[in-house]
Design a binder for this molecule. Structure first.
Ligand SMILES: [Zn+2]
Ligand SMILES: [Zn+2]
Length: 457
């Protein structure tokens, strides 16, 4: 059976997450998107954990079911900040658990290392090696997957605080790492240029901080398994058997694709930035080196290399954004965009059906010809995307004459997003439930230091 899985989700208790995130909203938009399995996200968070247990019911296969029959899988993400090899490291890892009993043991073990209630994605000061040791001592069915592995700040191979190989990071525990999550700014085509990943599976998930369809499920992994069980999904992740393909956003759309400085408005492709010594021509500081440059540094195979027998992948961008950029509004949440979006969902059943399969002549029965044309152009990789850099998303350029205008617009909306996230953070920490449980409790001193460090960057 085909399973379209987004297994990197956050709860509303994680930093910068929508405060309306609930199992209801997640399920609703997962179905609209065409996603058929979600991670629970943040299962060690005390309030979210209670909500998991109250809303979802676990079956004998380790799958959690909502009251209306939508499946979830035990999943969380931790941020590790520590020193190794004389360098500060910051690595995000996903943790998958086979059942409630094991999830409770993981929560207990993490709770001994620091507070769990101040952030759905807590920060710890121990290493990736220790994380593997800790999880192995609980159950050999726990799976650890480095998240958004190429991202400069928190990726396993990131330019700022990452490593050059799995072995360098995990050392003798490297054999327990079977897969990496590629993140938005990279796709399997880029990753397979790194031969040290030949026996490693590549998965893609959304890292959704909200349930909106331009966030949730924007990247997914498609499994083809005998039945929906934790063991079957785990087997596919470990061996590739049953891992059919990934649906990716175009890597240029990701927030860290090329090199640049957000505040200086500078973005450069790897060749250009290398020429000027990776120094920003405006502020003269080191540029934030993006995923494309990092691939060039680590790759031992040429661009365009095609891996044999590797699962395929599709490149899309969220439908809401195809619509919004076609009709000339930068806001995917605007009413006009929703109207068109719903017409397509009504006709084709889900967003993935529209993006991957819908025929142009069928689409034009529901929406404008320009919308259907642009969906097809994105599907065929015929649209230029202004690449993302230093935290700013890439944008599709459907009409060449719009390029300059779009670039200005995205710089502006990036500024706005930054202040919105600040607001959301304030609101999240102010929710009533959180207030009562976290009253008079501050993160431990070590965690607070790490938290401040994280905020600064
Ligand atoms: Zn992360
Ligand atoms: Zn600069």
């Amino acid at each position: 059976m085909k399973i379209v899985a987004d297994l990197q989700i956050h709860s509303r208790f994680a930093r910068a997450c929508s405060k309306d995130l609930s199992f209801e909203t997640l399920e609703k938009y997962a179905k609209i998107k065409g996603t058929t399995l979600l991670g629970t996200g943040d299962f060690q968070h005390p309030i979210w954990n209670k909500e998991i247990k109250a809303n979802l019911k676990e079956d004998e296969n380790g799958i959690l079911w909502s009251k209306t029959g939508f499946p979830f899988l035990w999943q969380t993400e931790v941020s590790l900040m520590y020193s190794q090899g004389g360098k500060g490291r910051r690595i995000h890892n996903l943790i998958f658990s086979p059942n409630q009993d094991v999830s409770d043991q993981i929560t207990e073990a993490l709770g001994k290392k620091g507070r769990l209630d101040y952030d759905g994605r807590p920060i710890f000061g121990f290493s990736c090696i220790e994380l593997v040791e800790m999880m192995n001592s609980i159950s050999d069915k726990i799976e650890i997957i480095p998240a958004h592995c190429m991202t400069p700040w928190f990726g396993l191979f990131g330019s700022k605080t990452g490593f050059d190989s799995i072995k360098e990071c995990f050392q003798e525990k490297a054999k327990y790492i079977h897969a990496v999550e590629t993140g938005l700014s990279a796709d399997p085509g880029m990753m397979r240029r790194l031969s040290f990943l030949d026996n490693i599976q590549l998965v893609s998930f959304s890292d959704a901080h909200s349930y909106w369809p331009w966030r949730l499920g924007r990247e997914v992994t498609v499994f083809d398994v005998k039945k929906l069980s934790y063991d079957e999904i785990l087997k596919a992740i470990k061996t590739g058997e049953g891992l059919s393909e990934t649906i990716e956003v175009d890597p240029s759309y990701g927030k860290y694709h090329v090199d640049g400085h957000r505040l200086c408005g500078i973005n450069l492709d790897p060749k250009e930035s290398k020429k000027i010594g990776e120094i920003c021509p405006k502020c003269k500081k080191k540029l934030t080196i993006g995923v494309l440059s990092r691939i060039e540094q680590l790759a031992d195979r040429p661009e365009g290399y095609k891996a044999k027998n590797a699962p395929g992948f599709k490149s899309v961008i969220p439908l809401s954004e195809i619509i919004s950029f076609t009709i000339g509004t930068p806001n995917p949440a605007s009413r006009k965009v929703w109207e068109i979006y719903h017409k397509l969902i009504e006709k084709f059943g889900s967003e993935f059906n529209v993006l991957a399969d819908a025929k142009p002549e069928d689409m034009t029965q529901a929406v404008d010809k320009q919308i259907s044309e642009n969906i097809i152009r994105i599907r065929n990789g015929q649209v230029k995307i202004l690449p993302g850099f230093d935290g700013i998303y890439g944008v599709p350029v459907f009409k060449p004459e719009d390029e300059e205008k779009l670039n200005l617009l995205r710089m502006k909306s990036a500024e706005k997003e930054k202040s919105q996230i600040g607001e959301e953070e304030k609101n999240t920490t102010k929710t009533k439930q959180e207030k009562t449980t976290t009253k008079n409790k501050k993160p431990t001193l070590g965690q607070k230091g790490l938290l401040d460090f994280a905020k600064k960057n």
